[in-house]
Design a protein around this ligand. Structure first.
Ligand code: UN1
Length: 505
């Protein structure tokens, strides 16, 4: 990439209105991967106009026909999984199996959306009146703004866009500024598939471009996955505006509950995956481990042993468990949270905030490295470190003495409600957790990461108002119409309402 790459608007790669550019960087090495034009509100205006123009003809095509374009994307994702997985890893630092899994997850979502195009859409509903046919039919809503995070730079854009497009909406995509290269590939795949001009548009850039989408009156729906801070602003902006809608999926302060009836092998495995995979940078990552006193010491010694030794290193190496954090600013943020936890007086068990020089692979000295930070915290103390989302490998061990009710009360003692897991061999405990944990995604004897695309995805409480996945995403990007047709010559009304019209002579 010699000069800064363009936006994709109206079926063409175009120069933006602004002159500023930004760079994509490999977080494991600090190497520059490319330069990209920084989108402005004027670029967003142009993209929204292109999407609005294309909408009228796109919505007239059948669902099946619209899905044909996505099947091409699906095959490209499958054929290029290894190559694209490596690009994901190079641009966002996730270790290589996660880089590939990102592409596979994207393929799964595209497959789900395109496959669903041949399934029933809407419902046939009974009527009180035999001569009436009643249906629930779906209509697309129009231009959909998709604002996506860096941590799943291929999968999450397709979660949003595949379903929006199959349902007949057109799209303006604003990817995260940390992963513009992956976004460019996403756009190229739509271009390769020959999607009609203006149906898919992309404006690269920062939050000001995202804001311009949110504030644009011609954008009917905003799908957002990212931080709670930004998501709540989007909800506040669109909340009371007639005709406009936002579905937001945000963060969590997720927990794994490990009861006295836990299989400790499963418990350690679940906790390590939940806390440290993706270097703790999933919205579903666990930052709290709520452990019963009877198994506390045994669990602690095994967990601490892994946390102290788990491999942090070159994410392109197959043997690496954790890659770097995504960028310098995020490394500073995680470091501050680790320091703040210490200042609150918690007992620190593992502190790999600064890795030893010999842990950092050659040529990777400029990476944004951090290892696990593990501490003990009283579950009943009012601590910020067990309440605020860090988005890093920062995890509290919280010991409880009571029954499952106490464990679930601690799990629920957070403003968030995204993901969680219980580890137990006691089905009564599992069922209690299933029914009372305030979560959108709950797991038994598993990590709390790794959701599959055909399930709803999203949280409760501060974690979000949307489930931007599978069938629930259809709700976000369509409106329902109750359509009733009379097949008789006479009009007959429901509820016994008289249809007679008396005329005075
Ligand atoms: C996110 O971190 O924003 O459940 C999404 C998972 C993935 C998606 C995570 N399928 O871990």
């Amino acid at each position: 990439m010699d000069s800064a790459s363009n936006h994709y608007i109206g079926g063409e790669w175009v120069d933006g209105d602004g002159t500023e550019t930004f760079e994509s960087e490999n977080p494991a090495t600090g190497e520059t991967l490319g330069a990209f034009q920084r989108g402005t509100p004027a670029d967003v205006d142009r993209a929204v106009a292109a999407a609005a123009d294309a909408y009228e003809t796109w919505r007239e095509r059948s669902r099946v026909e619209r899905a044909e374009f996505l099947w091409d994307v699906y095959h490209e994702l499958r054929d290029r999984t290894d190559e694209l997985g490596e690009i994901v890893t190079r641009e966002c630092g996730k270790e290589i199996s996660e880089g590939r899994a990102d592409v596979v997850e994207a393929a799964h979502m595209v497959e789900w959306a395109a496959g669903d195009a041949r399934h029933p859409s809407g419902d046939v509903v009974p009527s009180e009146i035999p001569s009436k046919d009643a249906y629930m039919r779906r209509k697309p809503r129009g231009v959909t703004g998709c604002i996506t995070p860096w941590n799943f730079p291929v999968a999450i854009p397709y979660w949003h866009m595949a379903i929006a497009l199959v349902e007949g909406n057109t799209v303006v995509f604003k990817p995260a500024e940390q992963t513009p290269w992956c976004a460019e590939i996403v756009a190229e795949m739509f271009d390769d598939a020959g999607i009609p001009d203006g149906v898919f548009n992309m404006v690269q850039g920062y939050g000001d471009a995202g804001n311009a989408i949110v504030e644009h009156d011609d954008v009917a729906t905003v799908l957002f996955t990212g931080s709670a801070e930004v998501g709540h602003e989007i909800q506040a902006t669109l909340g009371g505006v007639p005709g406009r809608r936002a579905a937001c999926e945000m963060g969590g302060k997720n927990a794994v509950v490990i009861t006295e009836a836990a299989d400790l092998d499963i418990a350690v495995h679940s906790a390590v995956m939940s806390a440290f995979k993706t270097t703790g940078q999933r919205c579903v990552s666990a930052e709290r481990l709520i452990v019963h006193t009877d198994v506390y010491e045994a669990f602690k010694s095994r967990f601490v042993e892994v946390a102290a030794n788990v491999s942090v290193g070159d994410p392109l190496d197959d043997g690496t468990f954790m890659g770097p954090l995504v960028e310098a600013a995020h490394r500073q943020k995680v470091t501050r949270h680790n320091e703040a936890a210490r200042e609150e007086g918690v007992d620190v068990l593992v502190d790999r905030t600064e890795l030893d020089a010999d842990e950092i692979p050659d040529g990777h000295e400029d990476g944004y490295w951090v290892g696990p930070f593990v501490y003990e915290a009283d579950p009943h103390a009012d601590l910020r470190c067990t309440k605020e989302e860090v988005f890093g490998p920062h995890v509290a061990l919280m010991e409880y003495e009571g029954g499952i009710e106490e464990a679930v009360a601690i799990q629920n003692d957070t403003d968030y409600g995204l993901a969680g897991a219980i580890v137990s061999e006691d089905y009564r405990q599992i069922n209690y957790y299933r029914d009372h944990a305030e979560l959108g995604l709950a797991y038994g004897n598993l990590p709390c990461i790794g959701a599959e695309v055909q399930l709803p995805f999203g949280g409760v409480k501060k974690s979000g108002n949307g489930n931007p996945s599978a069938r629930e995403a259809i709700e976000a990007v369509t409106d329902r119409t109750a359509w009733t047709l009379n097949n008789a010559r006479d009009i007959e009304m429901a509820q016994g309402l008289s249809a007679e019209i008396d005329v005075d002579d």
